[in-house]
Structures are given as structure tokens and as C-alpha cells.
Design a protein around this ligand. Structure first.
Ligand code: NOJ
Length: 569
């Protein structure tokens, strides 16, 4: 009898712990009382393995470097890391040209190092998300090597091969995102292959079931190795019009000097959704989460990626914040309202390895640090899941190349000087004020900006008012406060041109957020629906503010101030 009871208790303990740990929960289990799953309460951290931490001091970051920094990530309040591709690759597009999906590039370490990283991360409750480069492989992948070997090769149809329109004329007018024709002529077989990105990144033919099978198997392989999900690269462009209609040409030229065009026939084709739907089934079998690199013009487009029955991507990234390139309360309010209206779980992105850092986009040159906190106050208090780009938490800035010969990113070489490439937002993480920001003892693959002297982890940990300390406080709050975890978003003072105010409400609890997006002091008066009176207790603010009573009358907010407070009746 006693043994039976102990057995039952043991089973209960195991069951409860399985609910909250990857691999343990089935699709609808593992949720909290509101039906939210782990990724809805998680903070994701994107790290660029080349630039995060260099374990072997060769100038390029690596997996052992990342493992050594897991405690830092834990302290910061990160629940999952998305690593940009670290598979074997010729590195033409710094890993987005994969030559073997089931291995680690020796530059970054070994599969053993990966297992070590995954094991250590798991100990700290941090999940790993891999980058899944679905649209294309490297031209050095064995699939492409076979495909290009002859017109009758076994894998010829794994890629998009077509005859030209005539001698020296590609099959149609499509252009690569990274400049010039999207077709590359192969003299050996006398045909062109299609590449949406660089010529070294041939597009896979997703209409071929064998491609789909092989790629889905890649995800299974990584799930079995313990990853919690994937960030899906370039999902918009998986399919092309089989008739190869020319795209409509628009007036003017782009940054590569090519005619502008509407990618009507090679972008966001409906077939994409069939693949995502089926990939989601595989994910569900492994309790995986799918995050999409979904560049959409508006929320209606983004909405489609959740799937008609919420059966495609759990986390299509909302890049709309990244398109707001100035501090503007009305603009951000509009974008939040749109995200809220989508019916899907919002996924907010402020910066990433393809976008100029937020510190530069929103900074005015004089108040950049306080503005960095203001932006943190925005995307870390909204309903939804934030994806934090490495270095944002210490106020890293872009370090764009000044001379063409210094550019590493090929698009900077092709598009110079209009397009300087993405090196500036990919510089080494700034750990301390020693040489190369403590990233490496060798010459780093990209130079660190001079700001590393003041903006680095070591210095900011010592300063209670640093950006890093602000992030830590905010993330800690986000993990424990029920209103921030579960609450509805309710916009307040919707006509205020300067201060973005809202409340997150859950049952009887509420958190008020006021963000002064202007460079002048603002006075705010507001009432909170459902709280005729009550106390407003400061939680995290810049500068530190006192407690107040509802309704608020003429609260003075200094330039770029953040005020985050708990409301209680
Ligand atoms: C999107 C990635 O974020 C970017 O860095 C890459 O160059 C392209 N996809 C091509 O894979």
C-alpha cells in the first residue's frame, strides 16, 4: 500500500515536471491555466555564433564559447536561444549557405560540442532553437553537386533548372534579392539554375516530394538531438511560379542598380502554406516550436502564417516594429493594435542580424542609453513573445564598414556604397573593456566599435543604472508578474502624440506602462478601465518614479522616460 502511494506520488512528480520541460509535453499539455505554452512565456535570444564568444581564440565565435556564457544568459532571463546557422558551410552568406544539415561546421566545433551546449543549456532551463535554411542549400551541398553533374542526375530535379530564353538570356526577368539576375548559367549542362539569394545558394525545388521528405527528416534528426524548434529562414520564397511568368517591372532602380520589380511570381506563393502545415505536423510530433522569418507588408499577410486553424507557424515574426524607424507613439500604437487584432500570438522583433541595431535606429545621439531602455520597456512588456538580439541588452551599436575593402558581407560588396552590407550589426559581443571587448585574443573577424569601452557586460553589471541592469530587472518582472505573463493589452490615451500608454490586465491585476517617445517632458493624466481608484506602485522606471494614486493627474514624464507600475485596488 505504502509502496503504491510512493509510486503514485513519484508518478505525479514526474508528470508535473514533464509538463514544463521540452520533450515532455504533448501538444496541448504543458500549458498554464490560460492555455499558454512554454514559448508564450519565454524570452528568446538570437545569437550569431560567429560573434558571440570565441572559445578557442581564433577570432571567430564558437559553440564552446556560447556554452561558457550560458550563466550570463540565465542571469539575463533568457529561456531559449536561437542560433543562426552553425552547420558546415562555405560561409558565403555566413552560414545561410548550408552544405550539410546534420553536422556542425568545424569552425564552430563538433556535434559533441553541440551536445555539450545542449546539455548545459538544459540544466539551466534554456532551450535551443536551430536555424533551418529551407529555401536553398549551398552550391557545395552534395545534393547540388549531384544535381549539377548532368541533366539526368538523380537529384537534377531537387533544384530549379531551366533553359534560357535564348543564347545568353536567362529564363525570365526575376532578380535575386542580393542583386542582379536570379538565374545562373551552368555551362556544363547548358541550363540555368535559380537562386533567390546569392548564386552560391541555389533554391531547392519544394515541388519535388523527395526534397520535402529529405528536409523534413533534417528537422526530425535535430529534434531527436534535443532541439526545441526551428527558426525557418526565408519561408516566403519557397515556391516559384512553374510557368516562370516575368515579374512586373516598377519605375526606378534598386540599390544594386537593377530595375525595381514586384516579386509577384516568386514570393509568398500559396503553396508555402501546404509545406508549413505539414512541417507543423512533424513539429507537433516532437513538441517543437516553429518560428518564421516572415517579412510581411501588413498584419493581414502575417496572419496567414499562423494557418487557417492555427496549424502552421506558432511564432511568425512580426517585423513591423523594425519598419518604424523613428520614435513615434502613434506609429508603435498602430503596429501593436494591428498585432493585437490578428488573433495570433504576437512575436515582436526589434533588431536582428539583417537590420540596423535599434540603438542606432532610435537613438538621437544624446539620449541613446535612455532610449535603449525605453525600447526595452516597449517590446518586453507587450502581450506576446519577444525575440531579443544579442547585444541589444548592453546598447550595442552598429559598426558599419567605412571602406569597401573592409566589407565582409557580399551584399555590401555588390551594393557599395548605397548598400554597406550587414557587418555593422554583427560585430562581436562586448564582454568587457579589454582588447577586442574580451571577445577573443586573436583578431576578431569583424572589428568592435569604440563604444565597447563603456558598453560592455562587465561594466554594465557594476552599474545599477545600466541598460543591462534595466533589461535584467524587466525580464525578471516579465517572468513573475501575472499581468505581464497573461494579461490583455488595453491601449490608453490613444490620441496622445508623444506618450504611448497601455495597461496589461489579468483578473484583478494590472501593470501600467507609459513610454515617453519624445525628447521633451510630457504630462500625462489617465484613468484605467476597471480601476476607478487604486494605487500605482512603481516597478521599473527611468528615472525612478514614486508611487501614485489613480486616476493619474498630470504625471510628469521626463524625455524618453519609461514608467512601469503595478496597479492595485
Ligand atoms: C535571411 C537571413 O536572416 C539572412 O541573413 C540570409 O542572408 C538570408 N535569409 C538568406 O538565407
Amino acid at each position: 500500500m505504502r509502496t503504491k502511494r510512493i509510486g503514485a506520488m513519484f508518478a505525479l512528480v514526474i508528470a508535473v515536471s514533464l509538463l514544463f520541460w521540452p520533450g515532455g509535453c504533448s501538444r496541448n499539455r504543458g500549458s498554464d491555466p490560460e492555455g499558454h505554452l512554454w514559448w508564450q512565456h519565454a524570452v528568446f535570444y538570437e545569437l550569431y555564433p560567429r560573434s558571440f564568444a570565441d572559445g578557442n581564440n581564433d577570432g571567430v565565435g564558437d559553440l564552446n564559447g556560447i556554452t561558457a556564457k550560458l550563466d550570463y544568459l540565465k542571469q539575463l532571463g533568457v529561456d531559449a536561444i536561437w542560433m543562426t546557422p552553425c552547420y558546415p558551410s562555405p560561409q558565403v552568406d555566413f552560414g545561410y549557405d548550408v552544405s550539410d544539415y546534420e553536422n556542425i561546421d568545424p569552425m564552430y566545433g563538433t556535434l559533441g560540442d553541440f551536445d555539450q551546449l545542449a546539455g548545459q543549456a538544459k540544466k539551466r532551463g534554456i532551450r535551443i532553437i536551430m536555424d533551418f535554411v529551407m529555401n536553398h542549400t549551398s552550391d557545395q551541398h552534395e545534393w547540388f553537386r549531384d544535381s549539377e553533374s548532368s541533366r539526368t542526375a538523380q537529384r537534377r530535379d531537387w533544384y530549379i533548372w531551366r533553359d534560357g530564353r535564348g543564347p545568353g538570356q536567362p529564363p525570365n526577368n526575376w532578380e535575386a534579392l542580393f542583386g542582379h539576375s536570379a538565374w545562373q548559367f551552368d555551362a556544363k549542362t547548358g541550363q540555368y539554375y535559380y537562386h533567390y539569394f546569392y548564386p552560391q545558394q541555389p533554391d531547392l525545388n519544394w515541388r519535388n516530394p523527395a526534397v520535402k521528405q529529405a528536409m523534413f527528416d533534417v528537422t526530425r534528426w535535430w529534434y531527436q538531438r534535443g532541439v526545441a524548434g526551428f527558426r525557418l529562414d526565408a519561408v516566403d520564397t519557397l515556391f516559384e511560379d512553374p510557368q516562370l511568368h516575368d515579374n512586373p517591372v516598377l519605375p526606378g532602380t534598386n540599390q544594386y542598380g537593377d530595375p525595381k520589380m514586384e516579386n509577384k511570381y516568386n514570393d509568398k506563393l500559396p503553396e508555402v502554406h501546404d509545406v508549413l502545415h505539414d512541417l507543423r505536423k512533424v513539429a507537433d510530433e516532437h513538441q517543437g516550436v516553429l518560428i518564421g522569418e516572415t517579412w510581411t507588408a501588413d498584419i493581414a499577410e502575417l496572419k496567414r502564417y499562423y494557418g487557417e486553424h492555427n496549424d502552421e507557424l506558432q511564432m511568425p515574426m512580426n517585423f513591423m516594429f523594425a519598419t518604424v524607424n523613428k520614435l513615434s507613439a502613434p506609429e508603435f500604437r498602430k503596429q501593436i493594435a494591428a498585432a493585437e487584432s490578428s488573433g495570433g500570438w504576437p512575436v515582436y522583433v526589434l533588431s536582428n542580424h539583417d537590420i540596423v541595431r535599434s540603438y542606432v535606429r532610435y537613438g538621437d545621439g544624446a539620449h541613446n542609453d535612455v532610449i535603449a531602455k525605453l525600447m526595452a520597456g516597449l517590446y518586453l512588456t507587450l502581450r506576446g513573445t519577444p525575440i531579443l538580439y544579442y547585444g541589444e541588452e548592453i546598447g550595442m551599436e552598429n559598426n558599419d564598414p567605412q571602406r569597401k575593402e573592409d566589407v565582409k558581407d557580399p551584399i555590401g560588396k555588390i551594393g557599395w556604397p548605397q548598400q554597406k552590407g550587414r557587418d555593422g550589426e554583427r560585430t562581436p559581443m562586448q564582454w568587457d573593456s579589454s582588447a577586442n571587448a574580451g571577445f577573443t585574443r586573436a583578431t576578431p573577424w569583424l572589428p568592435v566599435p569604440p563604444s565597447y569601452q563603456s558598453h560592455n557586460v562587465e561594466a554594465e553589471l557594476k552599474d545599477p543604472n545600466s541598460i543591462l541592469r534595466f533589461y535584467q530587472r524587466l525580464l525578471a518582472l516579465r517572468h513573475e508578474n501575472p499581468a505581464l505573463l497573461e494579461g490583455q493589452y488595453v491601449a490608453l490615451n490613444e490620441n496622445d502624440p508623444n506618450v504611448l500608454s497601455y495597461v496589461r490586465q489579468y483578473k484583478g491585476e494590472a501593470v501600467l506602462v507609459m513610454l515617453n517617445m519624445s525628447g521633451t517632458e510630457q504630462k500625462v493624466s489617465l484613468a484605467v478601465p476597471g480601476f476607478a481608484s487604486g494605487t500605482v506602485k512603481n516597478l521599473v522606471s527611468t528615472p525612478v518614479a514614486g508611487d501614485r494614486q489613480l486616476p493619474l493627474r498630470d504625471v510628469s514624464l521626463p524625455p524618453f522616460a519609461v514608467y512601469i507600475a503595478e496597479i492595485s485596488k
